[in-house]
Design a protein around this ligand. Sequence first.
Ligand code: UDP
Ligand code: MG
Length: 324
Amino acid sequence: MTTSIQSVEIIIPLYNEAESVAAFHQQVCTAIADLSYRFLFTYVDDGSSDGTARILEQLQQQDARVRIIELSRNFGHQAALSAGLDAADADAVITMDGDGEHPPALIPQMLAQAEAGYDIVIAMRQEDQQASWVKRSTSSAFYWLINRVGDTRIIPGAADFRLITRPVLDSLRQFHEYHRFLRGMVAWMGYRSIKLPYSPARRIDGKSKFTFKKMFSLANQAIFSFSLVPLYFVISLGGIFLLLALAEGLYVLSFWVSGQQSGLAPGWSSLMFVLLIIGGTIMISLGIIGVYLGYIFQEVKRRPVYLVRRTLGRTQSSQPPLTP
Ligand code: UDP
Ligand code: MG
């Protein structure tokens, strides 16, 4: 089976990548030089404050295939990707980071897989020896957890470096959620997908923009928007405590039935112990319910996921953005 891919749009979210972006663009141009598709580039400037915008403008003047979507502030990687995906208008769309860690040399192989009939080509990072120990272990703990509590299997190492074909793009646009975890959403959608392993390259320049806070927030979105398991866990915990209370009641009753109630010493420490456990459980449970409630609160407001300050380059796609 062959698909009819003619145009390919590459979407690159950028946040303060002034040092990398020009070199990155060069790398991509070299990687795609021998391909005969009509290539388009959409750089999403996610509220950069370091001159990324200026460099992008220069790039756009030199290369008419470049479009710039400038967001009104920093909305985060997933929102920036969504902005690019909403505006995309091509037969195949590739999303990748603009720091050089996602090797552009993989693009021809991704397209070859799409030509072979796959709807989704997931570039899968192999064990990254360059990444810090903390990053590697938090990342593997994260995937272990999400694959145990979530309803959707998410492949470790599969970041947002992937190709999707037009039908998948159109489906993805039907998702209106505020809390986005794109790799989870893509895994949930199904379609014919294939993994393409790669060894990550080094960042061209600059530092990672994923602070601990951003990683934590991504993990939160993955867990809470992909499963109700934490809530069920809390309910089971409550059930276990009720059973324990019942057992304790029966135990005390047995003293009374056998006439040994005097043997019941008033146990302050055990009482405190139980109180603390129950108190803690209630607080955790309330916290979990609170997080879901907060997520629901943010969803029902139906706020936009991002705001566009301006678009430069190719005229905006005729398609209305489906993100509310
Ligand atoms: N990025 C973004 N908005 C953010 C943080 C990051 O658009 O708030 C971009 C960043 O410029 C890069 C990609 O997302 O192109 C991946 O970020 P980074 O390289 O910092 O993450 P890491 O590779 O360390 O996970
Ligand atoms: Mg990176």
